[in-house]
Ligand binder design. Structure first.
Ligand code: OAD
Length: 358
């Protein structure tokens, strides 16, 4: 496919958005964040799942599996410290989402990502659905006591403390951020919001995802036939492989296409200005947090969240998205697989777990 064809397709989509007052719904995965330095999960060689050898995991996805976490939380904690909100800057693509909001044509952002970068770019709570949870809150895996993001961060970086950087609850068990692990129910907000949105999706932009994790992978296939769909990803994935007549597939870097789409919409300068502003704010936040981090003392873990940086970026948390653990009500949802799975059958997963001798 030539570059010219991509440009024509982007221009035509932009014209539809502007002329027909279409709103845009985004469906995002790890590929929209790789430009900020966060690896995705499944890219051969560079993806997180290919780089877990140091942990001796029985299989890569065990790092996001509750039974394994209860036995050995260290691999997840090491990864969590690395991916914790605040470490990485938003990408151009994240800034484009904010621009869609500012221009009044953002319908929703459904994201599988746990890096918080949509929020850091300034997208408002009401537009974001964090399908796989977030670091905004955390709970004890045993007594369910709740902890703030900052409390968990303090415990994670407290390597000299008695728990050596593994967040422990006052009851003695482990604390897990409300990231949805395999086999856990997805946040109820995903199902409620999707029921409200699904028939209203004018334009669906799917970006940076392998669409291999369910039920999220089903969302783009559930939009009406009239919806204009565009996939921006290195490979064709999900039901884009079979495709619809009006689908657009662009095999290119997410940020490159974010810039092109902004230009086609006449927002080139707006995007440049926003990227500059967002990066400057992020830089200031990181400096503040570094200063605070240097002041953390061993076992300084029960401190309340009064710190300055916490009031800004790390604290940017969803109002409604509580990553509820109760089973999603299937009858209220168009999605029929409310638990997180990677397309493997529950028998396969149980088989793997039983071999772990947990
Ligand atoms: P994957 O790693 O499975 O897929 C990322 C996709 O993005 C791949 O198809 C890449 O080729 C593509 N990609 C990477 N960088 C890109 C770039 N700059 N431009 C365009 N395409 C790019 O990540 P996800 O689909 O997000 O679950 O993974 C889904 C879930 O699997 C994650 O949410 C995670 C994981 O288990 C949890 O964290 C609970």
């Amino acid at each position: 496919m030539t570059e010219d064809l991509h440009d024509r397709q982007i221009r035509s989509l932009a014209e539809s958005i502007l002329l027909k007052n279409y709103k845009v719904t985004f469906f995002l995965g790890a590929g929209v964040s790789t430009a900020s330095g966060i690896p995705d999960f499944r890219s051969p060689g560079t993806g997180i799942y290919d780089n877990l050898a140091q942990f001796n995991l029985p299989y890569a996805e065990a790092i996001f599996t509750l039974d394994y976490f209860k036995q050995n939380p260290e691999p997840f904690c090491v990864l969590a410290e690395e991916l914790y909100p605040g470490n990485y800057r938003p990408t151009v693509f994240h800034c484009l989402l904010k621009l869609f909001e500012d221009k009044g044509i953002l319908q929703r952002v459904y994201t599988q990502n746990i890096d918080n970068l949509e929020r850091v770019a300034g997208v408002s709570d009401e537009f974001i659905v964090e399908a796989h949870g977030s670091f905004a809150e955390a709970h004890c895996v045993s007594c369910r006591k709740s902890y703030t993001s900052q409390e968990v961060w303090n415990k994670l970086i407290d390597k000299a403390g008695s728990h050596k950087g593994i967040p422990h609850c006052s009851c003695g068990n482990y604390i897990k951020p409300d990231i949805v692990f395999f086999g856990e129910a997805l946040p109820q907000r995903l199902f409620n919001q999707w029921d409200e949105d699904v028939e209203d999706v004018d334009v669906a932009i799917v970006a940076g995802t392998s669409l291999t994790v369910y039920p999220f992978a089903l969302l783009p296939s559930e939009v009406p036939r009239r919806t204009r769909r565009m996939l921006v990803n290195y490979e064709k994935v999900g039901d884009f492989v079979k495709g619809r007549r009006t689908d657009i597939f662009i095999s290119a870097d997410c940020d490159t296409i974010a810039n092109k789409l902004a230009a086609a919409l006449g927002w080139e300068q707006d995007l440049k200005d926003l990227v500059e502003k967002v990066l400057e704010t992020h830089k200031e936040y990181k400096q503040k947090r570094k200063k605070e981090q240097d002041e953390v003392k061993p076992d300084d873990v029960t401190k309340e969240t009064t710190k300055e940086a916490d009031k800004t970026e790390a604290k940017q948390k969803p109002k409604q998205d509580k990553a509820e653990t109760k089973q999603a009500d299937e009858t209220n949802s168009k999605l029929d697989k409310p638990e997180l799975t990677d397309g493997k059958s529950s028998e396969e997963i149980e088989d793997k777990l039983s071999k772990l001798n947990l």
